[in-house]
Design a protein around this ligand. Structure first.
Ligand SMILES: CCCCCC/C=C\CCCCCCCC(=O)NCCO
Length: 585
């Protein structure tokens, strides 16, 4: 009887008033918790940012005390990489003075472009060790190298622009960093990346936004945007980066420098941020950026050594093959200015035409071609990136502050899968924008492992079809636009995401690809935009972007070869570069 009474009381409690009060309490609690987490994240980010800025200031003061003059710094940082290499090897320049000069210029450049995350404090000591070394010098003896923030450096946080990774310094260097050091290089600064590293802008709440040295109203590209800006502005001569969708090649194109994305796995990726590593269909590649092609060659030669093969046995033990790089035999090279899906802009056409005529004048046979259905490729790429319904990104970004460049993506990612599919479908139908619509749909992920495995098979089919095309044309390599367009204004990634069809193609295929600067946008290129298609929302966005002051921006060409033929890619890049300099040797 008593028990019934108690129950009656309990049930009475569930009256309208009490339920509303409980609901309100719950909402208040949840909201205050969210506010608390937001401010906690904000303060964590602020403290980290201040620490990094203080480190830069402290380093700048230290260099001033050491009497590094602007004149001397510029004299040394203006040397080409081959001149620098030769003077370091001969002892004409000491590793310490080179390191200090590069640090001084990097910090100077950083004040304008915000491309450096923080200096590497151990650099000077490392340089001193190089100077005191007796016996055989390493191939990179005393060479300063800038390091993208997502590479592990012992004692430093590796955040990829995400606050949850703050305050968790890594305990070991990345394999590539270890190899660089073993070969005599001096890692001297860490460079900026976009939050999550999956965009081609370069901004995050921790370190802020990096600007393009050619036009500060635009970004340097991404995700190796800090490297792109720093190298283009003269604050570094060689840097390392990663590329899963264009992150080395896009900054190279947008900043007017060289970048090589090797076949994924040819250069070790061990000890880089883990964010994308669970996704194994399209793998991130470790590569390099440099002022000229020689920088890429020097780095590849030095990295492809027994020490790397020992440290990371998953790397195929293939040293740099001089016989492929030095080969003078004429090649059959496919070329396209348009991938048949996303029209590239006139300045990019000119870049390819220019490279084509250089290569023809050197005896190569250039064959017009179209890649296998680029729309199919991009859909496969997007489905791969969104395969988990974006759960990985959402988990890593839990309680984080969304950077303005990725906010739209994360708000969409939170929606239930069905809604993403519906919105994607509506977007495609209403705006005739195949890209944004499909992207939203792709973020809904796969329902079953069976679907995912079938998707993996579709990628294999795409690879087979491409290889068959190359074989049928009898081509050794391909040249094409370095990207669909040059550098873009801040906060326009969402509107222009389709540009990366040109880069993602060679990630999906896992072919090595390098970009080098070939020309700059001219007034005539802008006039020629009158003929640029104007049907889809995406094409309209490109047109608007190009008409918004792009004259003078660099435009690159992409050189591509079959998997593990990096030496051939570099050979082509070098030949185009020589042709541009009027050197036809
Ligand atoms: C957080 C935003 C995710 C958006 C996903 C959009 C899908 C496709 C766009 C691809 C953009 C590629 C930019 C380059 C990415 C890259 O190579 N990162 C290097 C990581 O090692």
């Amino acid at each position: 009887m008593n028990r019934f009474k108690e129950l009656e009381i309990d049930l009475d409690w569930f009256n309208g008033r009490n339920v509303s009060v409980a609901f309100l309490c719950l909402v208040t609690l949840k909201t205050s918790h969210a506010i608390y987490k937001y401010y906690r994240a904000k303060s964590k980010v602020k403290v980290k940012r201040e620490e990094c800025l203080a480190a830069c200031r402290k380093m700048a003061e230290h260099l001033t005390q050491k009497g590094i003059t602007k004149d001397k710094a510029e004299r040394i940082t203006r040397l080409s990489i081959t001149e620098l290499e030769q003077r370091l090897q001969s002892g004409e320049l000491s590793a310490v003075e080179v390191c200090e000069c590069y640090q001084a210029v990097a910090l100077e450049v950083d004040r304008k472009l915000n491309c450096v995350v923080e200096p590497i404090w151990e650099a000077e000591e490392m340089a001193l060790e190089r100077d005191q070394k007796t016996g055989k010098k390493g191939p990179l003896h005393g060479m300063p190298v800038s390091i993208k923030e997502n590479y592990y450096i012992k004692g430093y946080d590796c955040t990829a622009g995400m606050q949850r990774c703050i305050g968790d310094p890594v305990s070991e260097d990345a394999v590539v960093v270890k190899v660089l050091k073993r070969q005599g290089a001096v890692p001297f600064v860490r460079t900026n990346v976009p939050q999550t590293m999956m965009t081609f802008e370069c901004s995050n709440p921790i370190y802020g936004r990096t600007l393009n040295p050619q036009d500060t109203n635009r970004g340097p590209g991404g995700s190796s945007g800090g490297e792109g800006a720093l190298i283009a502005a003269g604050g570094s001569i060689l840097g390392i980066g990663t590329d899963i969708g264009g992150s080395i090649r896009i900054p190279a194109n947008m900043c007017g420098i060289c970048g090589l994305k090797p076949t994924a796995g040819r250069i070790s990726g061990a000890g880089t941020h883990k964010l994308t590593k669970g996704q194994t269909l399209v793998k991130s590649a470790s590569g390099m950026l440099s002022r000229d092609v020689d920088g890429v060659t020097i780095a590849m030669r030095a990295l492809l050594c027994q020490y790397m093969f020992d440290l990371d046995p998953t790397v195929p033990p293939i040293p740099f093959r001089e016989e492929i790089y030095q080969d003078k035999r004429p090649l059959r090279i496919g070329y396209y200015i348009d991938d048949g899906y996303i029209p590239s802009v006139p300045s990019m056409h000119r870049a390819v035409e220019k490279a084509k005529s250089i290569l023809e004048s050197r005896g190569h046979k250039l064959i017009p071609m179209q890649p296998v259905d680029a729309r199919r490729m991009f859909r496969l790429f997007l489905d791969t990136v969104g395969a988990d319904g974006t759960k990985t990104y959402l988990t890593c970004m839990k309680d984080d502050i969304y950077d303005s460049t990725v906010r739209q993506f994360f708000y969409t990612s939170h929606l239930p899968g069905v809604l993403k599919k519906m919105i994607g479908w509506i977007m495609s139908a209403v705006s005739r924008d195949d890209i944004a619509g499909y992207m939203v749909k792709a973020l809904s992920g796969f329902g079953t492992v069976y679907e995912y495995w079938n998707h993996a098979l579709d990628i294999e089919d795409y690879k087979d079809d491409t290889l068959a095309l190359w074989r049928s044309l009898g081509i050794d390599a391909v040249i094409c636009p370095g990207f669909a367009f040059p550098a873009i204004p801040h906060n326009t990634f969402g509107d222009l995401v389709g540009g990366c069809v040109y880069s993602t193609m060679y990630n999906l295929l896992n072919y090595p690809a390098g970009v080098l600067p070939v020309t700059k946008v001219t007034e005539q290129d802008i006039k020629d935009m009158a003929n640029y298609p104007n049907k889809t929302k995406f094409e309209k966005n490109i047109k608007k972007m190009m008409l918004g002051g792009t004259v003078g921006l660099p435009c690159g060409v992409q050189c591509v070869a079959l998997p593990y033929q990096e030496e051939l890619v570099i050979r082509l890049m070098k030949e185009v570069e020589q042709g541009l300099k009027g050197d036809n040797s």
